[in-house]
Design a protein around this ligand. Structure first.
Ligand SMILES: [Zn+2]
Ligand SMILES: [Zn+2]
Length: 431
């Protein structure tokens, strides 16, 4: 009897699950043309970070048409909408970013961008050269499907349309960090967050995931080396900050090559700028180094912080100079860290939605994402969704942030399904 009952309830669970899956597939098919239309509109009208005014209005208008509770002006231009099923359950947040980049579009598309914006006091061409137009379109599609399924949901969905993922303009703040500060994860308190990024390197219809550190923490730094100025012909009268800087740059390279356990996770220390002096025959008083640190592991990040301070002081002392390390310099992104337990729990959803052979384990990347700020507060999963046309070889696919950047409309349907199924499955698995 007990066995039989178990069999019946299992069969019921399976049938309701596959019914939901079929529904989502059909609904994603039905809405695909709209998603593409939204994407083309957004692509044609890109706006720079913290300037997503028309973009926000476009998104807001659509979310209101779905009958959602909408808040605008979050972290300047962010839009947040809540879908309340009325049933008890968790709060699932889904996030899309909204900003374009100062890049001239060189694609021959009827919906290519021809607009300009203002950046750092200059008029610049603007393009959705990272694919955030697709992120918004996919999330609008998921919002439509989930709204249509409202009575079947458990709990609430929070749709987060975030500005300034690429970084706020000079002198401003923005992005996920500010959204979190303004309480986007509170009232109702978010239990879990999902996000995805379209990828120009991954085939359409594929999704890739990486548990743990998936994208790097970013820590820009500045080192100011102070010595003693002298005539270039009398170096013994100087404390030479140029030679000190040269030694320091080489020494900083040994942090990663000699101190970080690279078989665990990658790390990077790059010096991107050196400034000092103005003439061939003057040893200057001061040299400034500016660079960036990328780490994928919390311990490695702490180690690099400690080693930077040690090297900077040690080298400066050995040369009789003094040095100041400013770390982090002006901003800092945490590691985009996919909660391993959550990733394992949602993996069947990825495999069911994309197909087992199309949900692929990815390597971590040393690029960064401010999605990490949400993941610092709540468990989160950030995925890559394929946007590369199947007939384009990976080496020929133009990189993100370039004038030729292109992702195929066809890739978005999988993204819509993933956002929807992740929400449904998480709700159904929550106690
Ligand atoms: Zn980008
Ligand atoms: Zn991006």
């Amino acid at each position: 009897m007990r066995k039989q009952l178990f069999g019946v309830s299992l069969a019921l669970a399976f049938s309701s699950c596959s019914l939901a899956a079929t529904n989502v597939d059909t609904m994603a098919d039905n809405i695909e043309a709209d998603v593409i239309k939204w994407r083309h509109h957004l692509h044609q009208h890109p706006e720079l970070s913290n300037r997503e005014f028309e973009t926000a209005r476009y998104v807001e208008t659509y979310l209101r048409s779905l009958g959602l509770e909408v808040e605008t002006g979050v972290a300047k231009t962010g839009v947040v909408a809540i879908l309340d099923s009325g049933n008890p359950g968790p709060v699932v947040a889904l996030r899309a970013d909204m900003d374009g980049l100062p890049v001239p579009e060189e694609n021959d598309l009827p919906w290519r961008s021809q607009v300009t914006g203002e950046y750092d006091g200059k008029t610049v061409p603007v393009m959705h050269a990272c694919g955030h137009d697709t992120h918004m379109a996919m999330l609008m599609g998921a919002a439509k499907i989930l709204s249509d399924m409202k009575s079947e949901l458990k709990g609430k969905v929070k749709f987060i349309f975030q500005p300034a993922e690429e970084g706020a303009p000079p002198g401003e703040v923005g992005g996920a960090e500010i959204m979190v500060k303004e309480g986007v994860l509170k009232g109702p308190d978010v239990d879990v967050i999902f996000g995805l990024h379209i990828s120009a390197n991954l085939d359409v219809n594929k999704v890739s995931y990486k548990p743990g550190g998936a994208m790097a923490a970013v820590d820009p730094f500045k080192i100011v080396i102070k010595g003693k100025q002298a005539h270039g012909a009398y170096p013994w009268k100087s404390v030479d900050p140029v030679v000190t800087a040269a030694q320091m740059v080489m020494s900083l390279q040994t942090i990663v090559s000699r101190e970080i356990k690279l078989i665990d996770d990658a790390a990077v220390v790059s010096v991107g700028s050196i400034h000092g002096g103005n003439r061939s025959n003057i040893i200057p008083r001061e040299v400034e180094l500016v660079g960036t640190i990328r780490t994928l592991d919390k311990k490695a990040r702490e180690h690099v912080y400690e080693a930077m301070a040690r090297k900077v002081k040690g080298i400066a002392d050995s040369m009789g100079a003094s040095a100041e390390l400013i770390l982090p310099l002006d901003y800092s992104y945490p590691i985009t860290y996919n909660d391993p337990e959550l990733t394992a729990k949602m993996l069947p959803t990825l495999q069911r939605t994309a197909g087992e052979d199309k949900a692929v384990l990815a390597k971590a990347v040393t690029g960064a994402e401010d999605f990490s700020f949400y993941q610092e507060k709540v468990p989160g999963l950030f995925l890559w969704v394929g946007g590369k046309p199947l007939d384009v070889p990976e080496e020929a696919s133009p990189a993100h942030h370039t004038p030729e950047f292109y992702v195929d409309d066809e890739g978005m349907k999988l993204g819509v399904k993933l956002l929807t199924n992740l929400t449904l499955d998480y709700m159904n698995q929550a106690d």
